[in-house]
Design a protein. Structure first.
Length: 675
C-alpha cells in the first residue's frame, strides 16, 4: 500500500502545476494569515489619496520614479481602495517572484527541481526583508522584479530557439526596459545578464562562446547604456536620492575606501548570514507578544517545515553538479549579491535596517537565495540537508509571522490615532499644519500620516492638500521649518508641494500610545512634563480656533474600505469628545460625557485626561466633584501639580463668583501648596 501511495505522490510531483501550487500555499500561509487585522501602510495612503481624491496619481510620483506611476495606474483602476484585492495581488506577486526564480534556475542549470524548489523557498521567506505587509507598494515592486527575471529567462530561451529568437529577444528587451526606467532597485542587476549568458554559452560551446556572447548581448547592452546615460542625466527628477560625483564626500581616499569596504561587508552580512542569525531571536518582534500567539506561530512554522520535508522527498534531482556548474552557481550568486547593492551604496542608504528600510534588501533576494541553496546542496547527503532546509524555511516563516504581528500592532496604534484625531477634530480649516511628537509608529512617517488624515476631511477641487502633519523632531532645523517661529512659510516636500501654509496656522498634538490623543492647550500644557521640549516650544504657534465643532463630511464607505470599521467607543473616545466640548464651552455635553464615563467605569492611563472633566464639573457648579477629581489626579500624578494650578487659574477667571467657588479655590490652593 505504501509503495502505491508513494508512486501516486511521485506522479503528482511530475505534474506541471504541483511545484507552483506548493509555493503559493507556503506564500499564503507565510503572509496571508494576518489579513483580517491589517490594511494599508506607508506610501499606500498617499498613493490612494492622489488616485481617489485628487484623481491624478502621477502627481505622487513627480520627482521620484515618475514612470512608476504608469505601472500603478491600471492596478489602481482595477483594485481602487479594495484592500482584499491588493492583499491577493501582494501575495501573488511574491509567489510570482519565487516561481520566476524557479524557472530561471531551471533554464540555467537544468531541470533540477530540488535545487530550484529550495532556492524559491528561500526567496519566499527571505528574513532580511520585513515589510511585505504593505501589499500595494511591494506587490508592485515584486512584479517589477519578476519582470526582470522573466527578461533573463527570455534571453536564455532566445539562445536555443532560433525560430522564436526575435520574439523572445523582444520580450526580454521590453521587460528589461520596464525595469530600467521605472525604478533603480534592480538597475545594476542588469549586469548579471551578461554573466549568465556567458556561462550558458560557455557550457554549450567552449570554442566560440565569447564571440557569440558579444553578438547576443548587443541589443541588451545598447538598451542598458542608453538607460544608464538617461538615468544619470535625469537623476534629479528620477529619484530623491542624491548622487553627485563632484561632491567632496565622493572623492576617493584611503580612509573613505576603508569606510566604504567596512559598510559593504556589514551590509552583505546583514542581508545574508546576519539576517538568519537575527531570525533565531528577533528581539524587536518578540515585544508584547502573548505566549498563545507565539505558540500558534510556532505550529504554523512547524507545519510548513513538514510540507517542505515531504515535498523535498519527491521533487526531481539531477545528477551531482559538475565542477563547472558549481563554479557558475557560486559566481552568479556572488555577483548577483554585489550588483544588487550598487544603487544603494551609491546613494549611501542603510541596507538591512529593520522595518521600512529593509525594502532595500529586496534585490539581494536573487543572489542570497541561490547562494544559500548551493551551500546546502554541496552536501551529498540530501536526506540530511532536507531537515536543515526545512528548519531554515520554518525559521524564516516564523520570522515573517512575527513581522506580520508587528504590523498588526502598528495598525491598531495607527487606527487609534486616526479615529481619535477625527473625533477630537471634527473639522479643520484648509491649509492647517499639524505639528506633533514622533507618535511612535514603526511603519509610518509624517508624510504617510498626512495622507491618511486627509481622507477624513473635505478638499477643494483645485488639487490642493487640505492639511499636513509634521513631526517636530525630524523637521525643526530643516528647510521646511528652520526654527520654531511664527509666520514662517511652510510647504510639503516633493509630491505635496500643493500644500501651502505658515507656521502660525497650526495646531499642536501629542500622542503617546496607549494614552489618548491630545490637542495641546497652550495655557495648560506649557507646564506638561510628559511632552517633549519641541512640542512645548511649539505651543506658541498653536491656534486651536482652526478646529471646527460640527462634523465635516467624509466618504464613509471609502473610509471603511481603507481603515476598516470604526473602533469601539472606549475611554479615549469620551476623553477627546469631552476635550472638544470643553474647547467650545459646551458644558452640558461635558457633564453628559462625564456621567457616561462614570457609568461605564472607564479610567485613563494618563491622569492628564481628567482635566476636561474637572473643568466641566467646575463650570457646572459641581465644585465638590471638581475638587475630588483634582485631589485624585494630584495624588496619583503629582508631576501634574503645575498644570492643575494653571487649570484652576483658568477656572477662577471663567466662572461666576460664589461661596462654594471660593471654598473650592482655597481648598485647591492648600492642596497644591500655592502661595
Amino acid at each position: 500500500m505504501f509503495k502505491v501511495n508513494k508512486s501516486i505522490i511521485n506522479d503528482i510531483f511530475q505534474k506541471k502545476y504541483t511545484i507552483p501550487a506548493i509555493l503559493y500555499l507556503i506564500t499564503f500561509l507565510t503572509y496571508g494569515l494576518m489579513y483580517p487585522w491589517i490594511r494599508f501602510f506607508h506610501d499606500e495612503y498617499s498613493i490612494l489619496l492622489f488616485s481617489e481624491r485628487m484623481k491624478n496619481v502621477s502627481q505622487f510620483f513627480t520627482g521620484n520614479r515618475p514612470y512608476l506611476g504608469f505601472i500603478y495606474q491600471p492596478f489602481l483602476f482595477l483594485f481602487s481602495s479594495n484592500y482584499f484585492l491588493w492583499f491577493i495581488f501582494g501575495i501573488t506577486t511574491r509567489w510570482l517572484l519565487a516561481y520566476c526564480l524557479f524557472l530561471l534556475i531551471k533554464e540555467i542549470w537544468g531541470d533540477n527541481q530540488y535545487f530550484s524548489f529550495t532556492a524559491s523557498l528561500f526567496c519566499i521567506v527571505f528574513p532580511a526583508f520585513q515589510a511585505q505587509f504593505a501589499f500595494m507598494i511591494f506587490g508592485i515592486l515584486f512584479l517589477l522584479f519578476s519582470f526582470f527575471l522573466l527578461s533573463l529567462i527570455f534571453s536564455l530561451k532566445a539562445l536555443i530557439n532560433k525560430q522564436k529568437k526575435y520574439l523572445f529577444v523582444s520580450f526580454a528587451l521590453v521587460l528589461s526596459l520596464i525595469n530600467l526606467v521605472t525604478t533603480e532597485y534592480f538597475f545594476t542587476l542588469e549586469i548579471l545578464r551578461y554573466i549568465i549568458l556567458g556561462f550558458y554559452l560557455f557550457k554549450e560551446n567552449k570554442q566560440n562562446w565569447f564571440k557569440r556572447l558579444v553578438s547576443e548581448s548587443i541589443p541588451y547592452l545598447i538598451l542598458f547604456l542608453i538607460s544608464s546615460i538617461w538615468r544619470f542625466s535625469q537623476q534629479t527628477v528620477e529619484t530623491t536620492y542624491a548622487f553627485n560625483s563632484n561632491q567632496p564626500n565622493t572623492t576617493f581616499s584611503f580612509h573613505s575606501t576603508l569606510a566604504f569596504l567596512k559598510d559593504l561587508i556589514l551590509d552583505l552580512w546583514e542581508v545574508s548570514i546576519g539576517s538568519w542569525i537575527y531570525a533565531f531571536y528577533p528581539r524587536h518582534l518578540l515585544e508584547n507578544i502573548s505566549l498563545k500567539v507565539l505558540l500558534g506561530f510556532s505550529l504554523i512554522s512547524l507545519s510548513i517545515g513538514v510540507i517542505c520535508i515531504l515535498s523535498l522527498r519527491f521533487v526531481r534531482k539531477s545528477s551531482v553538479f559538475t565542477n563547472f556548474q558549481h563554479v557558475s552557481v557560486l559566481s552568479i550568486a556572488t555577483l548577483a549579491i554585489l550588483f544588487a547593492g550598487i544603487p544603494f551604496w551609491i546613494a549611501k542608504l542603510p541596507i538591512g535596517e529593520q522595518y521600512m528600510y529593509s525594502r532595500w534588501t529586496i534585490p539581494f533576494m536573487l543572489g542570497v537565495s541561490i547562494l544559500f541553496t548551493w551551500i546546502f546542496y554541496i552536501s551529498k547527503d540530501h536526506k540530511y540537508t532536507q531537515w536543515l532546509f526545512a528548519f531554515f524555511i520554518a525559521l524564516g516563516v516564523g520570522n515573517q509571522l512575527l513581522v506580520a504581528n508587528s504590523f498588526r500592532h502598528d495598525f491598531d496604534k495607527q487606527q487609534s490615532y486616526y479615529w481619535q484625531f477625527k473625533w477630537r477634530v471634527p473639522a479643520l480649516e484648509n491649509n492647517t499644519t499639524i505639528f506633533s511628537n514622533m507618535l511612535g509608529f514603526n511603519y509610518e512617517n509624517s508624510d504617510e500620516v498626512s495622507g491618511a488624515l486627509n481622507f477624513f476631511y473635505p478638499y477643494d477641487q483645485d488639487q490642493s492638500i487640505p492639511i499636513f502633519q509634521f513631526y517636530l523632531p525630524e523637521r525643526v532645523g530643516t528647510k521646511l521649518l528652520p526654527e520654531i517661529q511664527p509666520n514662517l512659510p511652510i510647504s510639503g516636500r516633493r509630491y505635496y508641494d500643493s500644500f501651502k501654509s505658515n507656521s502660525s496656522q497650526a495646531i499642536i498634538v501629542d500622542f503617546q500610545y496607549p494614552s489618548c490623543l491630545k490637542v495641546l492647550d497652550p495655557e495648560i500644557d506649557i507646564y506638561n512634563p510628559t511632552i517633549d521640549s519641541l512640542s512645548r516650544e511649539a505651543l506658541q504657534l498653536s491656534n486651536n480656533s482652526l478646529i471646527g465643532y460640527e462634523l465635516a463630511p467624509y466618504e464613509t464607505n471609502q473610509i471603511k474600505r481603507i481603515f476598516g470599521k470604526q473602533p469601539d467607543q472606549d475611554w479615549c473616545y469620551y476623553f477627546v469628545k469631552a476635550d472638544l466640548a470643553r474647547q467650545f464651552q459646551k458644558w452640558d455635553q461635558v457633564n453628559f460625557l462625564s456621567e457616561l464615563v462614570e457609568s461605564k467605569k472607564f479610567n485613563p492611563r494618563d491622569h492628564r485626561e481628567w482635566f476636561p472633566f474637572i473643568e466641566g464639573h467646575a463650570q457646572n457648579d459641581a465644585w465638590e466633584k471638581a475638587l475630588i477629581l483634582s485631589k485624585f489626579v494630584y495624588e496619583e500624578s503629582p508631576q501634574y501639580s503645575q498644570m492643575l494650578q494653571a487649570l484652576w487659574s483658568r477656572i477662577k477667571l471663567q466662572t461666576d463668583d460664589s461661596q462654594r467657588k471660593e471654598l473650592a479655590i482655597n481648598t485647591i490652593k492648600q492642596l497644591l501648596d500655592e502661595p
